[in-house]
Write a protein that binds this ligand. Structure first.
Ligand code: ZN
Length: 202
């Protein structure tokens, strides 16, 4: 440990040392055998065989959601990328999100990052999670987070799984949704967003 952490003094060993450190740090997350599957409108990146078994269902869900969004007047980007990470380390490195957030939509990249399909399947949330994130890629510009989350839940068919937060300001709810400190607070913030969007439903 001591030898590994001590810095060499001349430039070449330093370069070798830095490369070794870089590889040590990055290899576990990058040494995936990434593969790509495509269907009209979607490119799915995945690693490993177990997730491949579920790709037909993933594409079915994605394409149905695209149709459903369209029928609500919401357009997805022509091509959406879905990256299914093979482990938490890869997911966290790519998104910077905590373990208890299963997936995330990146609107500037037209991309969804998801934890392993098995995690979603075990929780019975594969379809709802993908629909939720796709909604974020299709939602109008400029919505506050609470509106985006509440409406995404409704589009996905998700039900609140905690009590809403009472007497919370919009600014505080926005802060909690942007940076949830723990799973329970996230569930309650989502339940609040769900409640606040009830009046927006026709
Ligand atoms: Zn969301």
């Amino acid at each position: 440990m001591k030898a590994f952490l001590s810095l060499p003094r001349s430039p070449l060993p330093l370069l070798v040392w830095l490369t070794a450190v870089w590889l040590t740090v990055l290899t576990p997350a990058l040494a995936q055998n990434w593969q790509t599957a495509q269907a009209p409108g979607f490119v799915v990146r995945y690693a490993g065989g177990a997730d491949a078994l579920h790709l037909p269902e993933v594409f079915r869900v994605l394409q149905k959601a695209r149709q459903d969004l369209k029928s609500q007047g919401l357009a997805l980007p022509p091509t959406v990328r879905v990256v299914i990470h093979p482990n938490l380390k890869s997911y966290t490195a790519a998104t910077g999100l905590p373990w208890f957030i299963l997936s995330a939509a990146n609107r500037s990249k037209n991309q969804i990052d998801s934890q392993r399909l098995r995690v979603l399947l075990e929780r019975g949330t594969l379809e709802r999670t993908l629909r939720h994130e796709l909604f974020h890629l299709a939602q109008p510009e400029g919505w506050p987070r609470w509106k985006a989350e509440g409406m995404a839940m409704r589009f996905a068919g998700e039900q609140p799984v905690a009590r809403p937060l009472e007497a919370i300001t919009e600014a505080e709810l926005e802060r909690l949704l942007a940076n949830p400190p723990d799973p329970t607070t996230l569930r309650r913030a989502m339940a609040t967003a769900y409640r606040w969007t009830s009046r927006l439903q026709q």
